[in-house]
Design a protein around this ligand. Structure first.
Ligand SMILES: Cc1cc2nc3c(=O)[nH]c(=O)nc-3n(C[C@H](O)[C@H](O)[C@H](O)COP(=O)(O)OP(=O)(O)OC[C@H]3O[C@@H](n4cnc5c(N)ncnc54)[C@H](O)[C@@H]3O)c2cc1C
Ligand SMILES: *[C@@H]1O[C@H](CO)[C@@H](O)[C@H](O)[C@H]1NC(C)=O
Ligand SMILES: *[C@@H]1O[C@H](CO)[C@@H](O)[C@H](O)[C@H]1NC(C)=O
Ligand SMILES: *[C@@H]1O[C@H](CO)[C@@H](O)[C@H](O)[C@H]1NC(C)=O
Ligand SMILES: *[C@@H]1O[C@H](CO)[C@@H](O)[C@H](O)[C@H]1NC(C)=O
Ligand SMILES: *[C@@H]1O[C@H](CO)[C@@H](O)[C@H](O)[C@H]1NC(C)=O
Ligand SMILES: *[C@@H]1O[C@H](CO)[C@@H](O)[C@H](O)[C@H]1NC(C)=O
Ligand SMILES: *[C@@H]1O[C@H](CO)[C@@H](O)[C@H](O)[C@H]1NC(C)=O
Ligand SMILES: *[C@@H]1O[C@H](CO)[C@@H](O)[C@H](O)[C@H]1NC(C)=O
Length: 587
């Protein structure tokens, strides 16, 4: 871990492109057509797409630093070292009452690219059912799976894996974009763990829950398949390296200001009987001084599922009684801000394995680092999740007598096995591990993000409230049992030595789950879309904030349910459609 941090710091002296500014005085003006708050996954999509029109000027305000010149974020296998690094907001979250109010560090990207600069690069879109549910709940067919296909293709281009192997039979290229901006590829090194995962799946045949699925991103996600990841030629492809890449960053109408921590959006007076917000307040010196810029057309909030509700609440937009309670003047009563936080519980059931090709041996190996650096080959070109299984609780499970099925449909997973090439906990020296990470991807519990202070620089209170619904504990138990079943298949013999945890009785399983689960870092829902005129929700289906004018939200926080998958591809999809909605509104 230490050497990793050192390399990260040594890399800090990077080159900067002209349109990325460090100080306010460097900006050519203080008024732009659009001000995008947060240069993260979705925010950079918006900035890129809006500046395709030379008539639109765009300023991106990013609290963190640039990604440029940093080595570690580029190396796929080292992603875990970015948690708790200078590129992380390091929020704290309460896991929930069921876990004794245990707290964990809650990672979010603090740099250009946002969480796409520090995430694990898994590329999963959720299921067709997930997107069709967004359309049904918002009353806008534009959010349906079929309607979103053009946006998927604008986002994605499939790239050759780092080892240039033939990928036939490992995914369905027809389900993917060929000319989008962000790269997606299959892994670029042969790993025994990955090979055996697919062999076990195929050996069980098409009627097994672990059946082989050629492409989990083609709408019907169930089964086991090869991981797809946002990796280009063995390096991370983030929204910063792609949407703000050399091809785009030189646009004269695109401006990016770093170290700009946005505190509030400010009302500029009523318009058509509604409060309009066009001024954005921020600080570059941790609150010693505050500055502001103006968005003559729109303010676009892309600060993510934690940052976006935080800024809205600081601005007096939220539940008025709660705001008054912390000493903030309520300007617009919108009770759903920060509510319905939906996160997936994740546990790590490690197994000790008989190979040296896992993280424990690979990470500290200078020869592999040199190989990656010199040729972009070797095990470090791959992320730590190498394969996925997407699985369901049986239809006739007794839990459905008590709880309505929270999954979006019958071709949608309740839980996932993420095949991780290493141990997420503290490995015993000398051992190598594989971890079928168990994640409840369609949870029923809801948490919240709220304020504890009227000082906008104080971090928000994050309550994940995991396992509040009995369904989530039930599904996690099923996930642990599935992982045990999968890992005990005879094709693992000689490779799997033994489980790192002895979990036998249901009580032992429950204790393990409640004691060790954390959030999967896939939160959504805190600035949720709902139908126009609905009594709940924060934004309309066109992403404009309800009841005020001039402000749109374009990031993962608008998703009313968490997709049954990891959330970066959905954040990109929201970014692409959000940018299109804005363009249609103004040209
Ligand atoms: C450690 C980790 C691993 C993950 N792994 C995966 C994975 O493998 N696959 C996957 O699909 N998903 C993964 N995710 C989730 C995925 O990355 C996110 O869901 C997605 O990137 C969110 O995009 P976003 O645009 O909503 O927010 P972000 O990308 O987080 O962007 C928000 C941006 O706003 C900035 N910001 C916030 N507040 C302010 C403020 N007040 N002022 C100025 N700027 C501000 C932030 O610094 C950031 O740049 C992971 C996330 C994390 C943290
Ligand atoms: C930009 O503005 C000019 C002049 O008003 C107009 O002719 C042109 O069509 C606009 N371009 C786009 C892409 O909207
Ligand atoms: C997160 O923690 C790391 C390690 O302590 C620190 O270097 C970094 O500055 C922190 N991030 C923020 C945004 O404060
Ligand atoms: C967790 O915190 C909540 C709110 O403060 C409290 O009501 C609850 O009793 C706590 N639970 C445990 C197990 O400590
Ligand atoms: C949470 O979302 C549900 C729909 O899934 C909605 O009925 C409810 O009103 C929302 N709650 C809040 C506080 O927004
Ligand atoms: C990576 O290669 C570059 C030259 O391409 C060199 O300057 C740098 O020191 C190398 N870094 C590491 C960690 O090997
Ligand atoms: C990798 O190894 C390091 C150091 O041994 C450890 O801290 C980390 O949790 C491991 N896991 C993964 C998946 O990277
Ligand atoms: C590990 O695998 C080797 C063969 O590759 C075998 O000889 C050895 O017995 C295995 N060790 C264990 C503990 O299973
Ligand atoms: C769970 O945590 C509690 C409290 O720290 C501890 O007493 C118990 O032994 C733990 N159980 C397991 C299975 O780790």
């Amino acid at each position: 871990m230490k050497h990793v941090t050192l390399i990260l710091l040594l890399g800090l002296a990077g080159v900067s492109f002209a349109a990325i500014y460090e100080g306010l005085a460097d900006l050519p003006t203080r008024q732009f057509d659009f001000v995008v708050i947060g240069g993260g996954t979705a925010g950079n999509v918006v900035a890129n797409r809006l500046t395709e029109n030379p008539n639109f000027s765009v300023l991106v305000l990013e609290a963190g630093d640039s990604h440029e010149g940093l080595l570690i974020p580029q190396i796929p296998a080292l992603a875990l070292s970015l948690a708790g690094s200078p590129l992380d907001w390091n929020f704290t979250a309460n896991v929930g009452d069921r876990s004794g109010n245990r707290t964990t560090i809650y990672n979010r990207g603090f740099a250009l690219g946002g969480s796409s600069t520090i995430n694990w690069m898994a590329y999963t879109r959720g299921s067709a059912d997930d997107w069709d549910r967004y359309a049904a709940v918002t009353g806008d067919l534009g959010w349906s799976w079929n309607s979103m296909q053009p946006y998927i293709r604008k986002n994605e281009h499939i790239a050759l894996p780092a080892d240039h192997h033939d990928t036939a039979g490992q995914w369905n290229p027809a389900a993917h974009g060929k000319s989008g901006i962000n790269a997606v590829s299959l892994s670029g090194f042969t790993h025994e763990m990955q090979k055996r995962t697919i062999e076990v799946s195929k050996s069980l045949g098409p009627t097994s829950e672990f059946k082989f699925n050629l492409d989990m991103n083609a709408g019907d996600q169930l089964g086991v398949g090869w991981a797809q990841s946002t990796i280009l030629h063995g390096s991370r492809s983030s929204s910063a390296t792609s949407y703000l890449g050399p091809k785009y960053i030189g646009r004269p109408n695109l401006h990016v200001l770093l170290h700009a921590h946005v505190t509030r959006i400010l009302p500029t007076g009523p318009k058509d009987g509604q409060l309009a917000f066009h001024d954005v307040e921020f600080t570059q010196d941790n609150g010693a001084t505050f500055q502001s810029v103006k968005a003559s057309k729109e303010v676009v909030l892309s600060a993510g599922t934690v940052g976006t509700p935080h800024i809205l609440l600081n601005s007096g937009i939220g539940d008025s009684a709660s705001l008054t309670g912390v000493g903030i003047k309520s300007l617009h009563h919108l009770p759903s801000v920060g509510r319905n936080l939906t996160e997936q519980p994740a546990a790590a059931l490690a197994y000790i394995v008989n190979t040296t090709d896992t993280n424990e041996t690979n990470l500290g190996n200078p020869a592999l680092l040199k190989q990656w650096n010199d040729t972009r080959t070797g095990p470090l070109v791959d992320p730590i999740i190498l394969a996925f299984g997407w699985l369901r609780v049986p239809e006739d499970a007794p839990i459905f007598k008590e709880v309505t099925d929270p999954a979006a449909g019958s071709r949608t997973a309740h839980y996932e096995l993420a095949m991780i090439n290493g141990n997420l906990g503290v490995p015993e020296p000398g051992n190598n591990y594989v971890t079928p990470g168990t994640i409840v991807v369609s949870p029923a519990s809801r948490g919240s993000i709220s304020l504890s202070s009227s000082n906008p620089l104080v971090k928000p209170t994050i309550d994940l409230n995991l396992f509040d619904s009995e369904f989530d504990l039930y599904a996690m138990r099923a996930a642990v049992r599935s992982a045990q079943k999968f890992m005990s298949h005879e094709l693992w013999h000689g490779f799997v030595i033994k489980p790192a945890f002895d979990l036998d009785t249901d009580d032992e399983v429950d204790a393990f789950i409640l004691n060790t689960s954390v959030g999967a870092a896939h939160p959504v829902g805190t600035a949720s879309m709902s139908a126009k005129g609905a009594k709940w929700g924060v934004v309309d289906p066109d992403l404009l904030v309800k009841g005020i004018s001039g402000v749109r939200v374009v990031d993962a926080s608008v998703l009313p349910f968490v997709p049954a998958g990891h959330t970066q591809a959905p954040a990109y999809m929201v970014g692409e459609r959000g940018a299109d909605l804005i363009k249609c509104n103004w040209q």
